[in-house]
Design a protein. Sequence first.
Length: 338
Amino acid sequence: MKNAALAPWMAAAEPFLGPLHTVADDLTERTGVPVDLPTVLFLRARLAGLAPPGRTSAGGSCRLLRTADGWAAVNLARPDDHASLPALLSLLGVSTTDLVRAVTRTTSSQLVQHAQLLGIAAAALGSDSGDRPPVRARASGQRRTRPLAGLRVVDLSALWAGPLCARLLGLAGARVTKVESTTRPDGARLGQPDFYRWLHDGHDSLVLDFASGALAEVVAEADIVIEASRPRALRRLGVHAEEFLAARPGRVWVGITGYGRTDDRIAFGDDAAVAGGLTGRDAGADPVFLGDAIGDPVTGLYAAHAVVRSLAAGGGELLCVSMAACAASLAGSGVPPC
């Protein structure tokens, strides 16, 4: 890993990384898996040749926009998001087609409300920067202490946070199976191929017709499930976290969401970080993005650590991991450079 190339990225992020160093060190102590934070946080950026971001995210899809009363992030991460942009401008009641100009006439909360209504990931700066814990553990099954090595992990997640959690558990000896839908494969397959291979190295791969009922059978064989879906979406497929945990002692379920399992707001790494207040500052003290979709790897590391801790205590837990809360836990720990 050419960490020297990542010096500017680390210099911007380091003031906030105290809690993440603690999590990484404890994960290593418990599992023997070394965690190199520059690699975890910025490997994708290096492999893709990305430059450190400003008010446009490193990946280019997310913008930090000045509103009438502050700042907000709008993430046009998918083709459908771009197609919805005229509808967003219409909801904002403006005649201009320039989103940057349009949002100066509306509040951050109004912008976010309208964007989320259309399924566009958006967040007001610091809107979720409270003291909510990054991971909430809820007892939903009997405990049974078991070592991680040899346990079966079924990874139903996609993109970055969940797969990073699965990678770290796999390095600690778990057997990981990545499960994808025949109709909705992991969108990260269209991204940087070397990074995708790094995330999933050594994992088995299974592609299923989710409508066939086969997903429930695969999940039933797991010890640990990682997912990043709305709970009701999995229930429609016959998969229930609570039933999974109750069926056998010591199991762990990891649910990764933008804002919590009862909140349907959409989130990706960049906008979730903004929601948590995890941004840098430019020379004029205005916010800029920090890292490359930093909410994703931060969440993946928190999630893996939570699984290891849960197993050590006997499992039987539903781990609710919020990307915005994970970002907020770092935002509150450091002072952004001027």
